[in-house]
Design a protein around this ligand. Structure first.
Ligand code: PLP
Length: 401
């Protein structure tokens, strides 16, 4: 394994930098919230600085919005073969805002109070999103096999019966699954036949590893484009969620008409610095992203090796996309719950799978977008804690602070 500049980052430096991941649980190693420790692409930093230097601290000028729309259009076309018009790309501040918009405005027209249908485990805030709108949620648990995850098709069919708003997270946080075209086509048939709609969250799409290909749901064809809306963003792959810009891609005229009547407030929530950063990320960030993806690709495999060595009773399938590892710790019977156990006994801050909905209990989500030495330190500590050892005796001195 060759050394990489990311390997020079230390825990001390990361704590000093002060990100949420490294300050939210003081004294622990941060592996919970989905941020990377690698900063962002140089062109993104320049673009963000430039908006301030130029004094673009007022409302969003049309040119910034247009540049973002065009950069997104080119990115989607070149990277995924998904051809959209720039005007179909709408600015928002976040993907969560896009989900809110989907719930409020893009539910099945014959059933505006349709339940939110989730394939679980899923991204934590989605589990409680519908209740903010007084709407029901139906959770359809994903099925795990030796080699990956599959949809519970009869369960999904039952959930969509009568019309639902399906939240498709692809690549799927937290399980790391990248859906195959055939699976998406089968979803599309089911959605169309039940008069349902799809909110396709593709925020992690640029972070897919060799062996998998991201297929945008709406790119399947007219039927899928007609019943879905899509959220994309540069924020995960380029590590800029704090800059507040995401994109809603509207692929049919009816939705564009609805949006034109309600979009003022949500579109104005996109930040100038985020619009410029997004345009730069999509326009000139591909080389940086490739470097990060290659680094993470090695890390996802290293994580498997580390788990086999130090946590042999823990299940792990390397993700096909995302920088999130989904660890089955159910055999360890950790009390009071796995994330709390590892926080107090190993000082490693993880996300507890129980927050991810049905099927999540007994798992933890581990963010491996960190230097490999830090990743190794995390797993050493976790292994030592499970073995009932005092982790301060066994970890690298750097982690023993
Ligand atoms: C699948 C998924 N969707 C949405 C979000 C939230 O994105 P935003 O910060 O743009 O609301 C995240 C954040 O990690 C995510 O993983």
């Amino acid at each position: 394994m060759t050394a990489h500049p990311f390997d020079l980052l230390t825990v001390e430096k990361l704590r000093h930098n002060g990100s949420l991941k490294w300050t939210g649980h003081p004294g622990s190693l941060g592996a919970w919230v989905a941020e990377m420790d690698f900063g962002t692409a140089p062109g993104v930093i320049e673009a963000a600085q430039d908006t301030l230097v130029r004094g673009l601290t007022g409302y969003s000028p049309t040119s910034l919005v247009r540049d973002m729309q065009e950069a997104t259009m080119h990115w989607l076309g070149q990277r995924f073969g998904w051809n959209v018009d720039s005007d179909q790309v709408r600015p928002l501040n976040s993907v969560m805002a896009a989900l809110d918009a989907a719930i409020m405005h893009f539910s099945p027209s014959h059933r505006p109070d349709a339940p939110l249908v989730l394939l679980t485990p899923t991204y934590m805030p989605f589990v409680v999103a519908a209740s903010r709108f007084g709407r029901d949620t139906i959770q359809v648990g994903m099925l795990q096999t030796e080699s990956g995850w599959t949809i519970d098709w009869p369960g999904l069919e039952r959930a969509l019966d009568g019309g639902g708003l399906l939240v498709l997270v692809n690549p799927h946080n937290p399980i790391g699954k990248v859906y195959a075209r055939e699976e998406l086509e089968r979803i599309s048939l089911l959605v169309e036949s039940t008069g349902s709609r799809v909110f396709s969250d593709e925020i992690h799409a640029p972070l897919v590893y060799r062996g998998s290909v991201h297929v945008p749901y709406a790119s399947l064809g007219q039927v899928a484009a007609g019943h879905s809306i899509t959220a994309v963003a540069a924020t995960k792959a380029f590590n800029i969620p704090g800059l507040k810009c995401a994109q809603l891609v509207l692929t049919n005229d009816a939705d564009r008409f609805v949006w034109s009547r309600v979009s003022d407030v949500p579109e104005h929530a996109a930040a100038n610095v985020g619009l410029a950063a997004t345009a730069a990320a999509y326009g000139s960030g591909a080389a940086w992203l490739e470097d990060v993806t290659n680094y993470l690709d090695e890390s996802r495999n290293l994580l498997g090796d580390l788990i086999a060595e130090h946590l042999p009773r823990v299940g792990y399938l390397a993700p096909q996309g995302t920088y999130l590892g989904w660890l089955d710790v159910s055999r360890l019977k950790l009390e009071p719950g796995p994330a709390q156990f590892f926080l107090t006994e190993a000082q490693v801050a993880l996300t507890d799978g129980s927050a991810c909905g049905r099927g999540g209990a007994g798992f933890v989500r581990l963010n491996f977008a960190t230097p490999r030495s830090v990743l190794a330190g995390m797993i050493h500590r976790m292994g030592a804690a499970v073995d009932g050892c005092d982790n301060r005796d066994v970890t690298d001195p750097e982690f023993a602070r």
